[in-house]
Design a binder for this molecule. Structure first.
Ligand code: URA
Length: 230
């Protein structure tokens, strides 16, 4: 929300007073004086007028989890454990997953309460690559790479996937980098060649790689530097 709206929504200030407060540089967001009425205020922002705190700002939280097999990327599930249950953190219900993984897919999972941050990671428009190690039932043909690069038509969504990069690592293993994260995308891409994916592991999302010291099921908070890279 814009700072001028934020302030004029409070019963104590009318629009004229808000304009004045900003012009007089009496408003601070996260410790920095602001005069631009468009300046963005988020639930995480600390907002002060003079020395008075109008909003404390709640802490933004970011975690990296090594998702193990056999848990679902959901907030609740009647049958199976969920990835959020692996976190020993308060107010779990406020957290969400940035980019789901299938039940048996392993690897990097990012969890946060910051919707803007997770959208930057997952929206195809930001073109951040998601990198997967793939193991298949049949040999991977040399011609797959060109097909994946050209994009595959997904009839259900009526779209063609964005160019993906395939690097062959062995006859049945490859590293695949995709921009978007459509439902079962990797499995459907290999499914185009009737080649079943039997192992799938996410190594990286954009600038963030899975910390190798995290065992399956373990997690840690992201560092400030990691958070800023997205
Ligand atoms: N693509 C898939 O098919 N499954 C995943 O879990 C992630 C990407």
């Amino acid at each position: 929300m814009r700072i001028d709206r934020f302030l004029s929504n409070l019963p104590r200030f009318n629009r004229q007073q808000v304009r004045l407060l900003l012009v007089e540089r009496r408003v601070a967001v996260d410790g920095v004086k602001v005069s631009d009425p468009h300046h963005e205020v988020r639930e995480f922002s600390r907002v002060c007028v003079d020395d008075e705190v109008l909003q404390e700002g709640k802490p933004a939280r970011y975690f990296m989890l090594h998702k193990p097999q056999g848990c679902v990327s959901a907030t609740s599930d009647p049958q199976h454990p969920t990835v959020l249950e692996l976190l020993d953190e308060p107010d779990i219900a406020e957290l969400h997953i940035a980019g789901r993984l299938d039940f048996n897919t392993t690897g990097l999972m990012l969890i946060t309460n910051d919707g803007q941050w997770s959208r930057r990671l997952t929206q195809p428009t930001t073109k951040l690559p998601k990198v997967y190690l793939v193991e298949t039932e049949q040999n991977i043909g040399a011609h797959y790479a060109a097909t994946f690069k050209a994009g595959l038509y997904f009839a259900f969504e009526d779209l063609t996937t964005q160019p993906a990069e395939l690097e062959l690592l062995g006859p049945r293993t490859a590293r695949l980098s995709i921009i978007e994260g459509r439902y079962h995308q990797v499995k459907r891409m290999f499914g185009h060649f009737n080649n079943k994916v039997i192992g799938l592991h996410r190594e990286r999302m954009g600038p963030l790689a899975l910390d190798c010291s995290l065992a399956p099921g373990a997690y840690r908070a992201l560092t400030l530097d990691e958070i800023r890279q997205v």
